[in-house]
Design a protein around this ligand. Structure first.
Ligand SMILES: Cc1cc2nc3c(=O)[nH]c(=O)nc-3n(C[C@H](O)[C@H](O)[C@H](O)COP(=O)(O)OP(=O)(O)OC[C@H]3O[C@@H](n4cnc5c(N)ncnc54)[C@H](O)[C@@H]3O)c2cc1C
Length: 809
């Protein structure tokens, strides 16, 4: 075994082998994969091997689709036999909201490139004559997917990687991993040590153990999952065609043909099946290899009965084999794909619960990230750093069980689930709850979403629903009077020291504020010019800066800033997220309200827009920033979080005369869409530079060198392939969420990234990336919302207050 490599991957399952293959394709052939047993001997060998195209997330759909395009060609590419069954799949819908979901995914399919049709019960019967369709409203028919023999696929990936020069070492356990003095990793194995630049945790169910060695986190648990294989079934024996994989939410099962037998896999929906996690209180047996567990018929019986009712041809066939194995499950069912927090060049490629379907695509996009510094798709929803300390063991267990139980449930937008809640609360949590606040989770923070002042509960779905009017009223309060919102969830950093100014000028793209109290909006870029994060940067002094970014960016931004400090630079970074609470006070009456609580001069002359002051409000010393994300006169009050309750009470009391009201982030979305404020993670992502995102005015190419500057200059000269546009949509009863395709002359020319209904303007609005040919204001396009084409017109300016008069009032 060699003693030095560029990359060492720990674990030879579908995820590790998928990565090894794609690293080699990207040119990183000096990579070694180490497997403690045989390849696939963790979860991979026994998986049912289904690879669905249908998935609710636009970015994850790209991963699945890539795998589905790769697997049928793997044998040809690698010379290793792969059994791929391109039988397609049908997912069943029993409710109108599920049908809406299918229509939404059909839009994703149009963008991503897989075929999907929403078909009726009769058409389902034509494809699967023996499937009962009572109560079934529709099916999502995807004919470019199927299932693969996971061991064959995994071995082919490994063989392909070897052919390109990568190395696979079997029967060698990694025992420990240690950082070296010069910033590399020493991987200690049974057969000796390898020093490497990058190490990857692809250890499947053992991934938590691996993180323990390096003091990192792997927020997942190992669920036990089983499928049943029947004796041969006459109808299958007599048919030359393989039936598609059926995914049935009523039974919470998948079922398909396995040769001439049937195969039924069950996601039990009963809550609290904690005994069905593998080694819930520790790491699974280290010696375990190709391990399966005894069948548990009792647990799955109600689900099996539901399948037999739906497809009676199974009834006569006995069960000949039960496969009961372990699967990793994260709190949101997405894998952990990307850098581990706080550990330089330590990557995660683990936590996959549909890892056969995802292994190919995850490998491709993680390899891009490792080799080029960025992937071609938005990786935020897979980045391991989307979880922080708040995702403790109890949280991970509760939510991972919940996710497992809900594998086939409708993931309606905005659905709030009880698992692990409440998480991090501010001192306002109980107060706001008592006022009907419905909270939502942002990086562990309970954040106000909307206020149910009459006790109503939301009817979740894809169309405007019974909280549409409630949110409209919250928007009216902000636009006409004054609204208050707890936005403590921002990530917050103090950057201090003699070199802080120069450091930030180098790391971010905009000009730095020239005066104390100045604020700028600025972006940190990769060397490729692509955006890594958005900061609101306030200068308190030449050596003292305050940075705000999105809640979910906290750990990513901390890594970004930490890794950017150069040797000898006098820069101190402090994560002050938990210290400062943030109360937004916004609306035309906000100045009148705050004047009652502070002696700070709030006039335009003394306290202009985009400046900050250290002041006292309601006798609390705090930081007051004249900025907001809703486009009104307003301030953010950053006060020690322990003082939040007193501040809130004082603000609400002072605001009584002005009709002060609480509002939540649903209203914020409506208000920011009217002002054409882009959202981090949706409209601004790691896939694009500020040029495509129409953020040129926040980039100062003349200020000297900064990370990504050369790439931006090149991009400007070359022109862009996609351009952000702001559109008004002639919507009916549903607005853009993100992921909808845009059409011109019948062809897909772009994708929507976010949207919403502007309650003050009465206009449905969206952001989208389109072919630049269609980006000119006034261009007429079509957008498919829930599979219905609506007119979309490119706007030249924000729908609300384009001259920013209200902000500067
Ligand atoms: C019954 C069942 C059915 C399933 N059906 C499907 C399906 O239809 N479709 C689908 O997409 N997914 C399915 N899955 C899930 C799928 O099996 C997993 O998501 C996938 O196999 C995970 O791959 P992995 O590479 O992350 O993990 P693994 O396959 O477990 O690979 C991890 C590897 O790391 C090795 N390793 C661990 N620690 C060390 C160490 N210290 N040193 C060296 N090597 C180490 C292990 O031996 C193991 O081989 C199913 C799972 C089960 C249980």
């Amino acid at each position: 075994m060699k003693s030095q490599a560029r990359v060492v991957i720990v674990g030879g399952g579908m995820m590790g082998c998928g990565l090894l293959y794609h690293l080699a394709e990207e040119g990183w052939t000096d990579s070694v994969l180490i497997e403690k047993g045989e390849l696939t001997s963790g979860s991979t060998w026994h998986a049912a091997g289904q690879c669905p195209s249908f998935i609710g997330s636009y970015n994850m759909a790209k991963i699945h689709h890539y795998s589905n395009m790769l697997y049928p060609t793997l044998e040809e590419k690698t010379g290793t036999y792969v059994s791929w069954h391109g039988c397609g799949g049908i997912r069943l819908a029993y409710t109108e909201t599920e049908v809406d979901w299918f229509k939404r995914v059909a839009g994703i399919a149009a963008n991503v490139g897989f075929h999907m049709e929403v078909i009726g019960p009769d058409e389902i019967r034509k494809i699967v004559p023996y499937l009962g369709v009572d109560g079934v409203l529709a099916g999502a028919w995807t004919n470019m997917d199927g299932h693969i023999d996971p061991a064959g696929g995994c071995n082919a990936l490994a063989a392909g990687a070897r052919r390109m020069g990568a190395e696979v070492i079997r029967h060698n356990r990694v025992m420990d991993i240690k950082p070296t003095a010069d910033g590399e990793w020493n991987v200690i194995t049974e057969q000796g040590n390898i020093v490497c630049e990058h190490v990857v945790n692809a250890a499947g169910c053992y991934g938590r153990k691996v993180m323990e060695w390096v003091g990192g986190e792997a927020p997942f648990i190992n669920m036990l999952h089983q499928y049943f294989v029947t004796e041969p079934i006459r109808e299958f024996v007599e048919s030359d065609e393989e039936m598609p994989v059926i995914r049935d939410p009523a039974a919470s099962c998948y079922y398909r043909q396995e040769q001439k037998s049937g195969l039924i896999g069950v996601y039990e929906t009963a809550q609290g099946t904690a005994e069905e996690a593998w080694a819930p209180d520790g790491f699974p047996a280290w010696e375990s290899e190709s391990e399966l567990f005894d069948a548990n018929y009792e647990r799955s019986m109600p689900h099996l009965e539901a399948v037999l009712k739906r497809m009676p041809i199974w009834a006569e066939a006995g069960i000949k084999r039960v496969v009961h194995g372990a699967i990793t499950h994260t709190p949101d069912s997405n894998p952990l794909l990307g850098p581990a927090a706080g550990l330089r060049n330590f990557w995660m490629c683990a936590g996959a619960s549909i890892g056969i379907a995802q292994g190919g695509g995850c490998g491709k996009y993680l390899a891009q990230w490792m080799v080029h510094g960025d992937a071609d798709i938005n990786m935020a929803e897979f980045d391991p750093r989307r979880f922080g300390d708040w995702a403790d063991d109890d949280y991970v267990r509760d939510t991972s069980f919940e996710e497992y139980n809900r594998m086939y449930a409708l993931p309606a937008p905005g659905l709030e689930l009880p698992g692990g809640r409440p998480r991090n609360t501010t001192p306002l949590y109980d107060k706001l709850n008592a006022k009907g606040c419905v909270h939502t989770l942002a990086f562990g923070w309970e954040r106000p979403k909307w206020f149910s002042t009459d006790g109503r509960e939301e009817d979740y779905g894809y169309r405007r629903n019974n909280i549409f009017e409630v949110v409209a009223e919250e928007c009216r309060a902000v636009r006409q009077r004054v609204g208050v919102l707890d936005l403590s969830s921002f990530a917050k950093f103090a950057v201090t020291g003699k070199d802080a100014q120069g450091f930030l000028a180098r790391v971010t793209a905009n000009r730095m504020p020239r005066k104390d109290g100045g604020i700028v909006l600025t972006h940190a870029l990769a060397e490729t010019g692509r955006m890594q994060t958005e900061f609101t940067l306030t200068r308190w002094a030449e050596d003292d800066f305050y940075l705000l970014s999105g809640a979910a960016c906290e750990l990513r931004d901390l890594d970004l800033l930490t890794n950017a400090v150069e040797e000898g630079e006098d820069v101190t970074l402090t994560n002050v997220t938990d210290y400062w609470g943030v109360l937004v006070v916004a609306g035309p009456k906000s100045r009148d309200l705050l004047r009652k609580l502070t002696i700070t001069d709030l006039s335009n002359q003394a306290f202009p827009w985009f400046t900050g002051r250290q002041s006292a409000v309601a006798d609390i010393l705090l930081r007051t920033l004249r900025i907001n994300y809703v486009g009104e006169l307003g301030w953010e009050l950053h006060c020690p979080i322990s003082k939040m309750a007193g501040l809130y009470d004082a603000v609400m009391e002072a605001g009584e005369d002005f009709g002060v009201a609480d509002f939540g982030v649903h209203a914020v979305n409506s208000l920011r869409m009217e002002k054409a404020y882009k959202g981090w993670g949706a409209d601004m992502t790691n896939e694009i530079t500020p040029i495509e995102a129409d953020l040129g005015r926040f980039v100062d190419l003349g200020k000297g060198d900064f990370t990504g500057r050369d790439a931006l200059i090149r991009r400007k000269a070359e022109g862009v392939a996609t351009q952000l546009v702001y559109v008004e949509v002639d919507a009916s009863d549903a607005d853009v969420i993100g992921g909808e395709p845009l059409y011109a002359k019948g062809k897909v020319v772009g994708v929507a990234t976010s949207g919403g209904y502007g309650h003050a303007t009465g206009r449905s609005l969206a952001f989208a990336y389109v072919d630049p040919v269609f980006a000119a204001p006034g261009t007429g396009l079509e957008i498919a919302i829930l599979d219905e084409r609506r007119q979309a017109t490119v706007l030249a300016e924000p729908a609300y207050d384009p001259a920013n008069q209200r902000l500067r009032a």
